[in-house]
Ligand binder design. Structure first.
Ligand code: RB5
Length: 141
């Protein structure tokens, strides 16, 4: 799967952990930054990841900031983007099964690296169930 990943400084360390996992899982990953702990503004990185998806250059995106909240707000401004802030495996699974989320948001200051890895594994391997849920996502698209 082609995956675009981005973070701000608040999510940089967790991005490195998730990048390693994605490479181990053999995904085709594009890291749009940031590339260090210096303070940056998260919306620009949300835009870069969402544009990759809109252009067809990525199938899915992962965005990480301190809480995951700012990234999810910024990503959901983009047409066609369904970004889900997930804090456990249940929300990760449901965001795929019922909401067909195409961007996963995680908060580094909220979610430890072990749980974050399980969230990513679950989110990437869970299919959308469609049916009545397709109608519902079309209602807000
Ligand atoms: C940065 O300090 C922090 O505000 C950001 O990473 C994020 O949590 C915003 O929602």
């Amino acid at each position: 799967m082609k995956i675009a990943i981005g973070s701000d400084h608040g999510g940089f360390a967790l991005k490195e952990v998730i990048l390693t996992l994605l490479q181990e899982l053999d995904h085709d990953v594009e890291d749009v930054g940031c590339f260090g702990h210096d303070s940056v503004d998260y919306p620009g990185f949300a835009d870069l990841v969402c544009e990759k998806i809109s252009q067809g250059a990525a199938d899915k995106g992962i965005l990480i900031c301190g809480t995951g909240i700012g990234m999810s707000m910024a990503a959901n401004k983009h047409k066609g983007i369904r970004a889900a802030l997930c804090c456990d495996q249940y929300t990760a699974r449901m965001s795929r099964e019922h909401n067909d989320a195409n961007v996963l948001c995680i908060g580094e200051r909220v979610t430890g690296p072990g749980v974050a890895e399980e969230i990513v594994r679950t989110w990437l391997s869970t299919p959308f169930v469609g049916g009545r849920h397709q109608r519902r996502i079309e209602l807000f698209s």
